[in-house]
Write a new protein. Structure first.
Length: 318
């Protein structure tokens, strides 16, 4: 499949993944969609280089048991910075396997520890289950950082797409509860608004991998068809003030219905004195961080992301 402005290295990947995502999401059966994508993710070869330690841990949260996977670079400091990572997938699909390679490379490129959360998914577990589970785990780690050999003052949160939503919502939730805020936020093409008529939704209504109609279906599934909500923990764009939130690194993809949301969020952060670094990845689509083996451009932009995150973590902690 070709698409205006698409980096040529992505054409084969897009053609393959479009066949799967279109044929399953058009049936509007989120569980079938999840099972197909989970099977694909389970067949991926897990990268386990010698300079990485990987362990599994189950957390017994107030909203149910949650599996996590912890990645630690052997070059990380004794009390390592930690990134709590929430995967994308529209709160419907995605798991620890689907984003395993992403977490591996963040840990290695940044010489840190990454804890990935396999939160429960909709429609069986609609809002606010995932947010509550991630928030509970974040608090647990903050309160017992020495158990995990991480620096309690250097705990950041991040995620892509729905995971970016959860990361930002977690920061808002911690601020409202008066709990310790994360050191920083990593927000990769986050979905944070319910305006499906903004300029990127209209311009890229038929974008590869994620289109406008699918995004509306995803939100409806997560919110049990309650798109009239104005709860900022659901859609953080509705938050009246971002004052006092942690510094943020925001990364968008040019050919993405969500591109405008990242750009506007960065502007609001800057206007409201939240330190922010923003860049848009030209010629790339939503989900590009998971097609780095297929696309040189995606791999280069991911390297820019991890280099920026390393710098960001250093600056935020100084």
């Amino acid at each position: 499949m070709s698409y205006p402005g698409l980096d040529p290295s992505l054409i084969n990947f897009v053609s393959e993944i479009e066949f799967v995502t279109k044929s399953t999401s058009e049936n509007k059966d989120p569980i079938e969609f999840r099972n197909i994508m989970a099977k694909r993710a389970s067949e991926l070869e897990l990268k386990r280089p010698k300079d990485l330690m990987v362990t599994e841990k189950k957390f017994e949260t107030d909203d149910g048991d949650v599996e996590t996977r912890i990645y630690r670079s052997i070059n990380a400091s004794q009390e390592s910075p930690l990134l709590v990572y929430m995967h994308g997938g529209g709160w419907i699909i995605g798991d620890l396997n689907s984003h395993d390679a992403v977490c591996v490379d963040i840990a290695l490129d940044c010489n840190i520890t990454v804890l990935a959360i396999g939160y429960d998914l909709a429609p069986e577990h609609p809002y606010p289950v995932a947010l509550n589970q991630c928030s509970w785990i974040y608090k647990e780690i903050c309160n017992h950082s020495e158990v995990y050999s991480v620096d309690g003052n250097k705990i950041a949160v991040g995620g892509d797409s729905a995971g970016g939503n959860l990361a930002l919502a977690l920061c808002l939730k911690m601020r409202s509860e008066g709990f310790r805020l994360p050191l920083a936020q990593l927000l990769i093409y986050p979905c944070i608004d319910l305006d499906f008529n903004n300029q990127s939704y209209l311009k890229h209504a038929n974008a590869p991998f994620l289109d406008r109609d699918t995004m509306i279906w995803i939100w409806n599934t997560y919110l049990e068809n309650n798109l009239d909500t104005r709860d900022p923990l659901v859609a953080p764009a509705f938050e009246e003030s971002y004052e006092g939130l942690p510094p943020a690194l925001i990364v968008s993809a040019e050919l993405d219905p969500l591109a405008h949301e990242g750009k506007i969020l960065a502007k609001r952060f800057i206007d409201e004195n939240v330190p922010c670094m923003y860049f848009e990845c030209k010629g790339l689509i939503h989900g590009f961080i998971r097609c780095r083996d297929e696309s040189v451009q995606a791999a280069l932009e991911f390297k820019r992301l991890t280099k920026s995150l390393s710098l960001f973590l250093d600056l935020s902690s100084s």
